[in-house]
Write a protein that binds this ligand. Structure first.
Ligand code: ADP
Length: 653
């Protein structure tokens, strides 16, 4: 038997030990080192390239070389820790620090070593392992950062987060507003937090969370929670917590305080209610206002809304777009005119106000509706400007002045007629007065003979009675219009009235060579009236017939009964009356041709008296004429005097 060659065996051992060293360092993915403290030499295993980028031949077998690799900022602390470890006989050194790789980049390493001491307690050998922990460190750092960001974010959110176990006990709580309460809540349920939640609030909260656990579905609900002095509102979201098998183990909740939001919302709701009430009031005002109101909410006035009054003015339904600038203006049933010319949409007051941003003062416009009826309006338009001063639309207001304009016209007309009347009056008085003056001059002549004296006297009489009649007529008109004329009513027969009038006027009529036909129905024609005034009616009509019929005309006076009425009719074949004058013929001071030169005398008050007297007797007067040259017919209708009629019937045998 040969004893094994001891040197070969040792070499083999050494080899095996180096191999183990290498494998170990590889397995640890770092380097293993053996530092002989007494010599200062270090055995580095392979792997330095991987760790710091230096090839084996670039390394030095001294700890000082490694210390040069350590990050400057960590060198001192590493030295101190190592020195402490080596002196304190604690035999283990474990430290993380930074190193600088060959390429200048930084890595984190964990250095763990075992320190061997001699019997005197001196460190003689350090065997250790250095591992690259950069990845773990960066993961840890990121985690740290994430955690920090998350916590920061939570700190700044009005959010309370918490979890419960199956029994709804708080297992974790994050409440940045009250960090102090967190610990005291743990392990307790809402119901057990009596000083925090009112019992019925706690019950509702727990019922909600139980339901989430029972159904396994997340839920969100608003809660009003009473605390001592106020009610606060929360939105609570709950999500079931599950274990690996999917079994529900509790519930995770997030609560957000929405009290301020709710209060703001309540304030907005309240304002909205008030606003709606105001709007309703405004709508009522708009709809009941007797003036037309229009509103355009765009600067081009493509849509114009109107109130009821305006819709009626233009003959449209309320709520319809009345704008002449809308794309389909053909549907609008009205047209607008200014001084007789149709106004283009762009030139209408609203459109101008919105386009130019200036208000349009009262403008007189004529609107002709679909049915052809015209009205006159006065319209004022104002631009609506936004806070930035830009025009947003326009608003307009208009009044129907049709009646006002008519009244104005009528007033002007009455004024004109009055002027005319005064001129006529002067004229009418002057002629008889100058005749009277002449007669007086004649009478004053010393040698005047009997015949001339009589003639002058008669003429003065005639002219005076013309003046008296004129003045009487004028006084009558003024008495009637001031309601002072009294009728002396009595039973009277129409035939009697006719007889008396014809008696008085026969001479006058024959002067102008007119033929007078009288047709009075036989039988009673009883009236209840003032005989003098009834005669005045017929006198005026007959005198007019004589006056407005050329010499040698034919005048017919009829009296008859038609039902409950007695009708007097005076017709002539004279100059007639134009159609357009007929409706106004009974108005005061009205004459068909009032030019002084063509007048046939008279002041335009005779027919007014006729109409008023007929009205005072409960009757009416009508006129008809086929036109100029075709004669005229005046008919006065008066109620028959029933009582008188009945009396005459009773007295019959
Ligand atoms: P006047 O004093 O002018 O006759 P009236 O009131 O009696 O005033 O009549 C008003 C006008 O009506 C007259 O001026 C005349 O133009 C017209 N008129 C009245 N009667 C007749 C008639 N029979 N034929 C034609 N025109 C008449």
């Amino acid at each position: 038997m040969f004893a094994p060659d001891s040197s070969t065996a040792r070499r083999k051992d050494l080899h095996a030990s180096e191999e183990r060293f290498r494998l170990l360092s590889e397995a640890l993915s770092g380097i293993v080192y053996d530092w002989d403290v007494t010599t200062g030499q270090v055995d580095w295993s392979e792997g330095m390239t991987k760790l710091v980028g230096y090839k084996t031949h670039e390394t030095d077998p001294y700890m000082a070389w490694w210390h040069d690799c350590i990050h400057e900022g960590d060198r001192e602390s590493v030295q101190q820790a190592l020195a402490a470890a080596m002196s304190r006989t604690q035999s283990l050194f474990d430290l993380e620090y930074r190193v600088i790789r060959r390429d200048g980049s930084m890595a984190y390493v964990q250095d763990r070593s075992r320190i061997v001491y001699d019997p005197a307690g001196q460190a003689v050998r350090v065997v250790g392992c250095i591992q690259d922990v950069s990845r773990r460190r960066s993961v840890e750092e990121k985690l740290c950062q994430t955690q920090e960001r998350f916590e920061r974010a939570l700190q700044n959110l009005p959010l309370t987060l918490f979890t419960h176990d199956r029994d709804l006990r708080y297992t974790w709580l994050h409440n940045p507003a009250y960090p102090a309460v967190e610990q005291s809540w743990l392990g307790r349920t809402d119901a057990e937090l009596e000083s925090v939640f009112a019992p019925e609030d706690a019950a509702r909260l727990m019922e909600f969370k139980s339901r989430v656990m029972r159904t396994g579905k997340s839920e969100r609900q608003e809660f009003a929670l009473r605390s001592r002095e106020e009610v606060r509102f929360y939105e609570l979201a709950a999500e079931p917590l599950r274990d690996r098998e999917g079994q529900v183990t509790g519930v995770a909740c997030a609560a957000i305080d929405i009290t301020d939001r709710r209060r703001a919302q309540a304030a907005i709701d309240e304002l909205n209610v008030q606003l709606e009430a105001r709007l309703r009031e405004l709508q009522i005002i708009l709809d009941t206002a007797p003036v037309g109101i229009i509103i355009a909410e765009d600067p081009k006035c493509k849509v114009i809304r109107s109130n009821l009054a305006l819709a009626e003015m233009v003959g449209m339904a309320p709520g319809e777009n009345v704008s002449k600038s809308s794309p389909d203006t053909d549907r609008l049933p009205y047209r607008v005119f200014r001084d007789g010319k149709e106004v283009a949409a762009d030139d209408l007051p609203m459109q101008r106000a919105a386009r130019l941003g200036i208000s349009n003062n009262d403008e007189l416009l004529e609107i002709v509706r679909g049915d052809g009826s015209p009205i006159k309006i006065i319209l004022r338009a104002e631009p609506i400007k936004g806070a930035d001063g830009a025009v947003k639309g326009a608003v307009g207001c208009c009044v129907d002045v049709t009646d006002l304009k008519k009244a104005e016209q009528a007033l002007k007309e009455a004024d004109r007629r009055k002027d005319q009347f005064l001129a006529m009056l002067a004229h009418e008085l002057r002629n008889p007065l100058s005749s009277i003056t002449n007669a007086l001059a004649l009478l004053r002549m010393p040698k005047i003979d009997e015949e001339n004296r009589n003639w002058a006297g008669e003429m003065a009489d005639r002219q005076l009675s013309t003046i008296v009649r004129l003045v009487d007529d004028l006084l009558d008109v003024s008495r009637i219009s001031s309601g002072k004329l009294q009728l002396k009513m009595e039973p009277v027969d129409a035939a009697t009235v006719v007889g008396r009038v014809v008696e008085t006027l026969r001479n006058q009529l024959s002067e102008r060579k007119h033929e007078l036909t009288i047709e009075v129905d036989p039988g009673p024609l009883p009236l209840w009236g003032d005989p003098t005034r009834l005669e005045q009616i017929l006198t005026n009509l007959l005198q007019n017939a004589a006056k407005y019929t050329d010499e040698g005309g034919h005048i017919i006076l009829k009296a008859r009964r038609e039902g409950d009425e007695i009708v007097f009719e005076v017709s002539d074949n004279g100059i007639g009356i134009p159609d357009e004058v007929l409706p106004r013929i009974f108005e005061l001071y009205n004459q068909v041709d009032a030019s002084l030169g063509r007048s046939r005398g008279g002041l335009g008050i005779g027919l007014t008296l006729v109409r008023n007297l007929a009205l005072m007797h409960g009757g009416s007067v009508m006129v008809a004429s086929e036109g100029p040259g075709k004669g005229s017919v005046f008919a006065v209708r008066l109620p028959v005097a029933r009582a008188a009629l009945e009396r005459t019937q009773d007295s019959r045998p």
